[in-house]
Design a binder for this molecule. Structure first.
Ligand code: AHR
Length: 481
């Protein structure tokens, strides 16, 4: 397969926010995964796990979405303030029916975001919350001067406001967020977002609750009735190889199911193309972003775990899904302004799994590590032959061209030849991950079964780069040009 690479940038920047993450009050994502509390024997800083924070900083997490998901539309933020022992409890009806003690609230979230050195994406409650409640939350977080909510924040020990870049007005309001029709939600969106006021200098990027998968009517209705009042419109899509009811196992699957999984991941391309085409009619300049704030694999919960906790293992197949999907987001970088894989720790397609004080990085984590070079880089145009099981991205930042390739074939090695417009001065770095079996994965006894290694199977001759890509692999080569 031969591909020509244009040396000029396309003019489209891959927003770093495409590499965003999502953390919900669900199973062991927040509690145990990110937050263990100040008194835990697990090493922590102000309650946040030091090992997990360090791992997430390494992949340059740009933004974290919180508190849900479905949880967001039954979360009442004032319950998560003040002395922890005195905080009101609630039942987490969506996720296992467990009692939520509200020990992780607004102050803890912004402490986490500070430690991660990333931006905050807070998701408000439309389904069971009032306009006043949402409006006051924004005031509590972002108001610096004298006001009832800013004063309340000070009483709770935080003097200055926090930077909040993104705010979501409800979640899945077609389902767990209120079972609404798009016409009704569009009106509610118009009303609720009015009171998401800007108190400081920072403009809040407002995200309207968008479609479930291919519900194009939802997108049409929201754009028609409210596009000028939103900055982003969300889209949720999960990959269930056996469909929503049975989903499929994260570890036990055959070759046919491997390819179904990869094909379902590739469906993201059609989804973005079609939703974007509708948005183009109302917003041809692409001012309103598609915010894919939930995506990833969703398998059956790991046997022996609480099914409501959505804990699943993560294999080299998940790494293929991550690479295929990120390559699609790059292709649509003019419309996709942010994406948040679900979910950061211990839930669905997690970056990290924990068990007590142990922590393991998943194959998906390593894809985010290999791909972080594309954050805020410009895409590079290329053309040439295509191969059925190859997907790739080429981007450029300053004088470095970054090439990432995913070969999701199970047995076939692919020989690829890339032809640049000028001579390659130097190969700065070449790294990859590879699976030896379809369900290769890391666990607490074998944390490095799938890990990043140096990649050596390439040749450079003048402007020509030849790469031999093994099956079930993801690689990134950085070239100085
Ligand atoms: O990520 C798990 C759940 O999936 C979220 O809470 C919800 O928004 C979606 O249905």
């Amino acid at each position: 397969m031969t591909i020509k690479i244009a040396n000029t940038k396309s003019g489209t920047t891959i927003s770093k926010y495409i590499y965003g993450h999502f953390a919900e009050h669900l199973g062991r994502c927040i509690y145990e995964g990110l937050y263990v509390g100040e008194d835990s024997p697990i090493p922590n800083k102000n309650g946040m796990r030091i090992d997990v924070v360090e791992a997430l900083r390494n992949i340059q997490i740009p933004v974290l979405r919180w508190p849900g998901g479905c949880f967001a539309d039954e979360y009442h933020w004032k319950d998560g303030l003040g002395p922890k022992e005195a905080r009101k409890t609630m039942v987490n009806t969506h996720w296992g029916g467990v009692t939520e003690n509200n020990h992780f609230g607004t102050h803890e979230f912004f402490e986490l975001v500070k430690q991660l050195d990333c931006d905050a994406y807070v998701n408000g409650n439309v389904g069971s919350g009032t306009v006043q409640e949402m409006s006051e939350w924004v005031e509590y977080i972002t108001m610096d001067g004298i006001s009832p909510m800013a004063d309340l924040r000070r009483e709770n020990g935080h003097d200055s406001s926090w930077p909040m870049k993104f705010f979501g007005v409800g979640n899945e309001n077609w389902g767990c967020g209120g079972n609404m029709r798009p016409e009704y939600y569009a009106d509610l969106y118009r009303r609720y977002q009015t009171y998401v006021r800007q108190y400081g200098d920072q403009k809040i990027y407002k995200v309207a609750g968008g479609a479930n998968v291919d519900d194009y009517h939802w997108t049409e209705t929201l754009m028609k009735n409210a596009h000028w009042l939103m900055d982003g419109l969300s889209l949720h899509y999960y990959v269930h190889p056996q469909g929503w009811e049975t989903k499929g196992s994260s570890l036990a699957f055959d070759e046919a199911e491997w390819f179904v999984t990869c094909e379902k991941a590739a469906f993201m391309d059609e989804l973005i193309t079609r939703h974007s085409a509708i948005m183009d009619q109302y917003d041809p300049e692409k001012r309103v972003g598609i915010i894919v704030d939930e995506w990833g694999t969703w398998f059956s919960a790991e046997p022996g775990t609480n099914p409501g906790f959505l804990y699943q293992q993560n294999t080299i197949r998940d790494a293929m899904v991550a690479a295929i999907t990120l390559n699609i987001f790059h292709k649509h970088a003019d419309r996709v302004h942010m994406a948040n894989i679900a979910q950061t720790v211990n839930v669905l397609q997690a970056m990290i799994l924990t068990d007590g004080e142990q922590m393991v990085k998943t194959p998906s984590y390593h894809v985010f590590d290999l791909y972080k070079v594309h954050q805020d880089a410009e895409t590079i145009d290329s053309y040439g032959e295509q191969s059925e099981h190859i997907t790739y991205t080429i981007s450029k930042k300053e004088d470095t061209v970054h090439l990432s390739i995913c070969n999701f074939d199970v047995t076939a090695t692919e020989s690829l030849s890339f032809s640049l417009e000028s001579a390659i001065k130097e190969v700065k770095e070449a790294r990859y991950i590879v699976g030896d079996v379809m369900n290769a994965h890391n666990d607490f006894d074998h944390p490095d079964t799938v890990t990043i290694q140096t990649f050596e199977d390439f040749q450079v001759a003048e402007e020509q780069l030849s790469v031999t890509v093994p099956p079930m692999s993801v690689l990134t080569i950085s070239l100085s040009v």
